[in-house]
Design a protein around this ligand. Structure first.
Ligand code: DQA
Length: 147
Protein backbone atom coordinates (compact mmCIF):
# COMPACT_ATOMS: atom_id res chain seq x y z
CA UNK A 1 0.00 0.00 0.00
CA UNK A 2 1.17 3.52 -0.79
CA UNK A 3 2.39 5.79 1.99
CA UNK A 4 -0.15 7.37 4.27
CA UNK A 5 -1.55 10.88 3.91
CA UNK A 6 -1.40 12.51 7.32
CA UNK A 7 -4.31 14.78 8.31
CA UNK A 8 -3.24 17.00 11.19
CA UNK A 9 -5.51 19.24 13.22
CA UNK A 10 -4.36 21.83 15.70
CA UNK A 11 -5.76 23.41 18.85
CA UNK A 12 -9.47 23.57 19.61
CA UNK A 13 -10.45 21.54 16.57
CA UNK A 14 -11.29 18.67 18.94
CA UNK A 15 -14.34 20.78 19.87
CA UNK A 16 -15.70 21.17 16.35
CA UNK A 17 -19.46 20.84 16.37
CA UNK A 18 -19.83 22.78 19.60
CA UNK A 19 -17.23 25.48 19.00
CA UNK A 20 -18.73 28.58 17.32
CA UNK A 21 -20.84 26.50 14.91
CA UNK A 22 -21.89 29.61 12.99
CA UNK A 23 -18.22 29.94 11.95
CA UNK A 24 -16.96 26.37 11.90
CA UNK A 25 -20.12 24.39 11.16
CA UNK A 26 -21.86 21.61 13.06
CA UNK A 27 -19.74 18.70 11.93
CA UNK A 28 -17.48 17.18 14.55
CA UNK A 29 -13.90 16.14 13.91
CA UNK A 30 -15.18 12.56 14.05
CA UNK A 31 -17.66 13.34 11.24
CA UNK A 32 -14.86 14.86 9.19
CA UNK A 33 -12.64 11.86 9.82
CA UNK A 34 -15.43 9.47 8.77
CA UNK A 35 -16.00 11.38 5.54
CA UNK A 36 -12.25 11.42 4.86
CA UNK A 37 -11.91 7.68 5.54
CA UNK A 38 -14.79 6.93 3.16
CA UNK A 39 -13.29 9.03 0.39
CA UNK A 40 -9.80 7.65 1.04
CA UNK A 41 -11.15 4.12 0.61
CA UNK A 42 -12.69 5.12 -2.74
CA UNK A 43 -9.41 6.69 -3.81
CA UNK A 44 -7.38 3.72 -2.58
CA UNK A 45 -5.22 5.76 -0.24
CA UNK A 46 -4.45 5.35 3.45
CA UNK A 47 -4.94 8.27 5.80
CA UNK A 48 -4.16 8.93 9.45
CA UNK A 49 -6.14 11.69 11.20
CA UNK A 50 -4.74 13.29 14.34
CA UNK A 51 -5.50 16.28 16.54
CA UNK A 52 -3.48 18.00 19.22
CA UNK A 53 -3.80 21.13 21.29
CA UNK A 54 0.00 21.18 21.72
CA UNK A 55 2.39 22.83 19.30
CA UNK A 56 5.30 20.50 20.12
CA UNK A 57 3.21 17.40 19.52
CA UNK A 58 2.24 18.71 16.09
CA UNK A 59 5.95 19.35 15.38
CA UNK A 60 6.79 15.77 16.47
CA UNK A 61 4.14 14.32 14.15
CA UNK A 62 5.35 16.43 11.22
CA UNK A 63 8.92 15.23 11.82
CA UNK A 64 7.78 11.60 12.01
CA UNK A 65 5.88 12.02 8.74
CA UNK A 66 9.23 12.24 6.93
CA UNK A 67 9.57 8.48 6.91
CA UNK A 68 5.97 7.44 6.76
CA UNK A 69 3.74 9.87 4.87
CA UNK A 70 3.34 10.94 1.25
CA UNK A 71 1.73 14.26 2.12
CA UNK A 72 0.15 16.31 4.88
CA UNK A 73 -3.25 17.97 5.13
CA UNK A 74 -2.92 20.54 7.87
CA UNK A 75 -5.41 22.70 9.72
CA UNK A 76 -3.10 24.17 12.35
CA UNK A 77 -5.89 26.28 13.88
CA UNK A 78 -4.52 29.39 15.59
CA UNK A 79 -0.94 28.07 15.24
CA UNK A 80 -1.31 28.90 11.55
CA UNK A 81 -0.91 32.54 12.46
CA UNK A 82 1.83 32.19 15.08
CA UNK A 83 3.98 29.09 14.78
CA UNK A 84 7.45 29.33 13.31
CA UNK A 85 8.14 25.91 14.82
CA UNK A 86 5.42 24.25 12.76
CA UNK A 87 6.53 26.13 9.64
CA UNK A 88 10.15 25.04 10.18
CA UNK A 89 9.08 21.41 10.68
CA UNK A 90 7.07 21.50 7.47
CA UNK A 91 10.02 22.99 5.62
CA UNK A 92 12.43 20.32 6.79
CA UNK A 93 10.11 17.42 6.08
CA UNK A 94 9.67 18.60 2.46
CA UNK A 95 6.43 16.71 1.88
CA UNK A 96 3.57 18.25 -0.10
CA UNK A 97 1.30 20.16 2.29
CA UNK A 98 -2.26 21.34 1.75
CA UNK A 99 -3.30 23.98 4.29
CA UNK A 100 -7.00 23.80 5.20
CA UNK A 101 -9.26 26.16 7.13
CA UNK A 102 -12.94 25.60 7.66
CA UNK A 103 -13.65 29.32 7.77
CA UNK A 104 -12.61 31.94 5.24
CA UNK A 105 -9.85 33.47 7.31
CA UNK A 106 -9.64 36.45 4.92
CA UNK A 107 -13.17 37.53 5.85
CA UNK A 108 -12.23 37.55 9.51
CA UNK A 109 -9.94 39.53 11.82
CA UNK A 110 -6.71 40.85 10.28
CA UNK A 111 -4.55 38.65 12.55
CA UNK A 112 -6.01 35.62 10.76
CA UNK A 113 -4.88 36.89 7.36
CA UNK A 114 -1.24 36.00 8.01
CA UNK A 115 -0.20 32.37 7.75
CA UNK A 116 3.29 31.01 8.40
CA UNK A 117 2.22 27.84 6.60
CA UNK A 118 0.96 29.22 3.27
CA UNK A 119 4.45 30.00 1.86
CA UNK A 120 5.38 26.34 2.32
CA UNK A 121 2.05 24.84 1.26
CA UNK A 122 1.41 23.42 -2.18
CA UNK A 123 -2.14 24.73 -1.89
CA UNK A 124 -4.47 26.49 0.52
CA UNK A 125 -8.19 25.79 0.92
CA UNK A 126 -10.30 27.99 3.16
CA UNK A 127 -13.91 28.93 3.67
CA UNK A 128 -15.45 25.74 2.30
CA UNK A 129 -16.15 24.09 5.64
CA UNK A 130 -15.49 20.41 6.18
CA UNK A 131 -15.54 19.76 2.43
CA UNK A 132 -12.21 21.56 2.27
CA UNK A 133 -10.54 18.50 3.80
CA UNK A 134 -12.01 16.29 1.07
CA UNK A 135 -10.77 18.63 -1.64
CA UNK A 136 -7.33 18.54 -0.05
CA UNK A 137 -7.40 14.74 -0.08
CA UNK A 138 -8.30 14.76 -3.78
CA UNK A 139 -5.36 17.06 -4.39
CA UNK A 140 -2.85 14.79 -2.65
CA UNK A 141 -4.16 11.40 -3.78
CA UNK A 142 -2.20 9.89 -6.64
CA UNK A 143 -4.02 10.19 -9.96
CA UNK A 144 -5.29 6.88 -11.27
CA UNK A 145 -3.08 5.64 -14.08
CA UNK A 146 -4.84 5.33 -17.45
CA UNK A 147 -4.21 1.94 -18.90
C1 DQA B 1 -9.23 27.82 11.56
C2 DQA B 1 -9.03 29.34 11.47
C3 DQA B 1 -8.08 29.82 12.55
O1 DQA B 1 -7.92 31.23 12.47
C4 DQA B 1 -8.63 29.48 13.93
O2 DQA B 1 -7.73 29.87 14.93
C5 DQA B 1 -8.97 28.04 14.05
C6 DQA B 1 -9.65 27.39 12.94
C7 DQA B 1 -10.28 27.32 10.57
O3 DQA B 1 -10.34 26.11 10.34
O4 DQA B 1 -11.08 28.11 10.04
O5 DQA B 1 -8.76 27.44 15.09
O6 DQA B 1 -7.99 27.19 11.22
Amino acid sequence: MAATILVLNGPNLNLLGEREPEIYGRETLRDIEAALQARAAELGVAIAVRQSNHEGELVDWIQEARGTASGIILNAGAYTHTSLAIADALRLCSLPVIEVHLSNVFRREPFRHRSFISPIARGVICGLGARGYLFALEALAPRPSRE
